[in-house]
Design a protein around this ligand. Structure first.
Ligand code: FES
Length: 112
């Protein structure tokens, strides 16, 4: 049995920091994968309610990882504003994302 989940490349764009690549495992939120790679996003509830973790999905596909919060107003993987909620979705492919809130590198990993 193969327990290794596929992983995809996530490229971050935007004014909040330099372009950055990190690996994100299928079935793991983009916020959690980023933290493991040394990237910290601005987050709040981590439950799909506050939408502070919004990112514009430029390329690729994501899937919701949990049932939507009863307080959520839209699908975290397909919001009407073209954004996804990084705390509540995982990758289905390589991604290009433009986070709308600041993010920072927590490690000395070189931006790409
Ligand atoms: S941190 Fe609140 S919706 Fe993602």
């Amino acid at each position: 049995m193969n327990d290794v989940l596929p992983a995809f490349t996530v490229r971050l764009l935007g004014d909040a920091g330099p372009a950055m690549l990190y690996r994100a495992a299928a079935g793991q939120s983009l916020v959690k994968s980023a933290a493991l790679a040394g990237v910290r996003f601005t987050t709040g509830c981590l439950q799909g309610r506050c939408a502070i973790c919004r990112a514009r999905l430029v390329e690729g596909a994501v899937t919701p990882l949990r049932r939507p919060s009863p307080h959520a107003t839209s699908n975290p993987a397909a919001r009407p504003d073209g954004c996804v909620l990084m705390c509540s979705v995982g990758p289905l492919s390589d991604l290009v994302l433009e986070p709308l809130s600041p993010w920072e590198l927590l490690t000395t990993a070189a931006p790409r």
